[in-house]
Structures are given as structure tokens and as C-alpha cells.
Design a protein around this ligand. Structure first.
Ligand code: SF4
Ligand code: SF4
Length: 383
């Protein structure tokens, strides 16, 4: 079947229901005239009925926006042990509402005892006795999931403290076979967006979906916002992510793929939330396609598609895709903290490299990213 037709038919068949709980308080910002329409999807074999637009709680949750999302009936929320106070702030937002939502959170550890301890800590901080999905955080190579980590994850599920388990990754191509061969995971959370380029990821995503794995799409809109972009000059005024409808079109595009269980955009304003929730009921149109294509071309020199084709190409050992992703946390997601924190986790020998010392860059990006310029910006800004 033609891929576009398949996407359209899926959307037409989608279950559209009115939002619930709109009378609940939580924000003074005016509500939209018409209540948002929610669509529900099944997260693979977990059987969880999740709203097509979930919520990436992130490092700095905006409690007003989270409260409004809860009122609207958004029911899938993703956080992490690694996101500083994220779980604690989120916990305050969901008091009395635990049964209405699905919570996903993560451990950054590779060690058995730490993973087990992390889950207990998450449960305590979140004020719940189970999480719906318990992930290992950011696993882009099988080496980052040693046997003891696998064992711990299975224990977490068997204990009932985690209903389902999985891991998040930026490179599903490198991880899909490991994921399926392990035969223990239920959910993969991975990068998937128009801007990133589905071509790199589609095969992996389809393989997971065919095996009944729930796929959670992350980084669905960040590239379409252009916050803090260097082109406007460092310190250029921040744009609201709700400016322009690129993010809306981006979520619609992701949701037009039936292989995707849910999306987890991070949202910092009510306007952004109100725009994103529309993606559940509105069709993906040719106008959206044109808008996304134009946005994709605009960001081409600056936004790394995380295709990992340049892995190992820098003779001095710079992990190009990783550093460009850290820079994107600032340039596209507006979080200097996140960018700096990740950069500082690199080995000191890598952190001290300056691309300005090279007369020519050995890394040629097939997607048109100005690798050396972008790395120099990272080394000036977040090193
Ligand atoms: S810099 Fe280019 S080749 Fe390297 S991961 Fe990014 S998009 Fe792919
Ligand atoms: S300029 Fe290119 S080759 Fe030189 S260190 Fe940077 S990434 Fe490596």
C-alpha cells in the first residue's frame, strides 16, 4: 500500500473523542473556545490506551502547562531520574490524578543495583507504587545495556513496580535487533520526526511495530522551532514554540504513521499545548507537507539529523552526532543547562578538542550540516 495513503486511511479511522475533565482548575490562561479533541492509540502489546499527544516533562516542567494538559485529558507523561527535579515537580502536578494517567520514567545507570534503586527512588518521588513504563535512558549502543542491566530491568517488571520496560535511544537502527533479540522489552522511545528524516528510521520503527512493540516518538518538534538559533546571533530573542505552525504540522506528520504509539513533545506554554493538541484531530495536509519541507531546508545546515553516518569519521575522535545533539538542546530546545550538562559528560580529552585547530574537516555530512562550524559553536558555547 502507498505509504501516504496508508497514513491518510489510518487518520480517517482514528478514534476521536472529546477531551475530559475540562472543568478542572489549574491555570488562569483562557481556555480555547472548543474543547480539544483527543485521539487514543494502543501502545503496542502493552495494551495501554494513550493519547496521540503525550507530554515530555523534561528538565524544567512548567506546572501551569502540565496542569492544563492533565485537565485536557492528555494521559501519557514521560520524565527521567536524570532530569533534576522533573519527577518531583511532576509529582506535585498529579496528586489525586495518578489513576488517570500513564507515567514513563528512566534510569541513567548501567548497574543492576543502581537501576533497582533508581526505580524505588522514582516511585517514592512520584508518590506512586508503580510506573507504567520503566526505561533505561539513552542507550545508543548494545554495550550500554550489559547483562546486569537487562537482569535488573526484568526484576523491575517481575516485581510489579514497572508494568512495562524498555529503553530510549537516538539511533534505533543500531538498537532494533538488540531490542528484539533481548525478548524482554515492551516499549522503545526513539527520535522520530519529519525534520530528522524518517528515512533513516522508518525500517526500524516498522520492524518494532510489526513485533508488537510500542513506539514512543521523541524530539518530534524541536527542530521546527529554531529557538536561540545562531543565525539570529547568540542572545537573539527567544521565539515562542507556538510561533508558526511548524510544530503542529510536525506532530500531525508523526501521528499519520500508525506504527507510532504516542508523541512526547516538551511544552512550555499554554499556547504551545493548545497548538499541539490540535494535531490529534486535524489531518496532515499538503500545506503541512510544504511547510515542513521549507522548515527542513531552512534548518538543513544547522540541524543534525542523527543519522550517525559520520560515526568514527573524525580522526581526532569527536563524537560528532552526540556533540551536535547537545548543541541542539540549546539552539533548538532552548536549554543551555541540558547542553552544558551533556557536554561536560564527555571525556576530558574530547572536551579539549578545538575544531578551529583543523584547517579542513574530515567529516562530510551527506545531509548538508556545516559540521565544523556547528562544532566550533558548541566548543565556544557549551564546552
Ligand atoms: S552530522 Fe550529518 S552525517 Fe553526522 S549524524 Fe548528523 S546528519 Fe548524520
Ligand atoms: S574539524 Fe572535523 S576533523 Fe577536525 S576535530 Fe573537528 S570534526 Fe574532527
Amino acid at each position: 500500500m502507498n505509504a501516504n495513503r496508508s497514513r491518510r486511511e489510518f487518520l480517517r479511522a482514528g478514534l476521536v473523542l472529546p477531551a475530559v475533565g475540562l472543568a478542572a482548575a489549574g491555570s488562569d490562561t483562557p481556555r480555547p473556545k472548543d474543547p480539544p479533541q483527543l485521539t487514543y492509540r494502543t501502545l503496542g502489546r502493552t495494551g495501554l490506551k494513550v493519547t496521540g499527544v503525550g507530554y515530555g516533562i523534561g528538565y524544567e516542567p512548567n506546572v501551569e502547562v502540565v496542569g492544563r494538559a492533565l485537565d485536557y485529558g492528555i494521559n501519557y507523561y514521560d520524565t527521567s531520574r536524570d532530569y533534576r527535579e522533573s519527577e518531583a515537580i511532576f509529582a506535585r502536578c498529579i496528586r489525586g490524578k495518578r489513576q488517570k494517567i500513564h507515567i514513563s520514567t528512566k534510569s541513567g545507570s548501567t548497574k543492576k543495583e543502581e537501576i533497582l534503586q533508581d526505580l524505588d527512588t522514582s516511585l517514592k518521588v512520584l508518590g506512586t507504587d508503580y510506573v507504567d513504563v520503566w526505561h533505561l535512558h539513552a542507550r545508543d549502543t548494545p554495550a550500554r545495556i550489559p547483562d546486569e542491566a537487562l537482569e535488573a530491568m526484568v526484576r523491575c517488571k517481575e516485581s510489579g513496580k514497572a508494568r512495562f520496560i524498555g529503553f530510549s535511544c537516538h539511533n534505533p537502527n543500531a538498537m532494533v535487533d538488540f531490542f528484539l533479540d533481548a525478548k524482554v522489552f515492551d516499549v522503545m522511545q526513539t527520535t522520530y520526526s519529519y525534520a530528522i528524516g524518517s528515512g533513516f528510521r522508518e525500517k526500524a520503527v516498522q520492524k518494532l511495530a510489526a513485533a508488537g512493540i510500542g513506539v514512543v516518538a521523541m524530539k518530534v518538534v524541536v527542530a521546527l522551532t529554531g529557538l536561540n538559533m545562531g543565525r539570529g546571533g547568540a542572545g537573539a530573542p527567544k521565539k515562542e514554540k507556538s510561533e508558526g505552525e511548524g510544530p503542529l504540522a510536525g506532530i500531525k506528520w508523526v501521528l499519520s504513521n500508525p506504527a507510532i504509539g504516542t508523541t512526547i513533545p516538551n511544552m512550555n506554554s499554554i499556547a504551545e499545548l493548545d497548538m499541539n493538541v490540535r494535531a490529534m484531530a486535524e489531518p496532515y495536509t499538503p500545506a503541512d507537507e510544504r511547510l515542513l519541507f521549507a522548515a527542513g531546508e531552512r534548518i538543513r545546515p544547522d540541524y543534525c539529523r542523527m543519522c550517525f553516518q559520520c560515526d568514527g569519521k573524525c580522526p581526532r575522535g569527536v563524537p560528532v552526532a552526540d556533540v551536535l545533539r547537545y548543541l541542539a538542546y540549546y539552539d533548538f530546545a532552548g536549554s543551555l543547562y541540558q547542553a552544558v550538562t551533556h557536554y561536560r559528560e564527555l571525556a576530558p580529552g574530547i572536551r579539549s578538542i578545538r575544531c578551529s585547530d583543523c584547517t579542513e574537516c574530515a567529516v562530510q555530512c551527506p545531509n548538508g550540516v556545516r559540521v565544523r562550524d556547528r562544532l566550533m559553536r558548541a566548543q565556544n558555547l557549551i564546552a
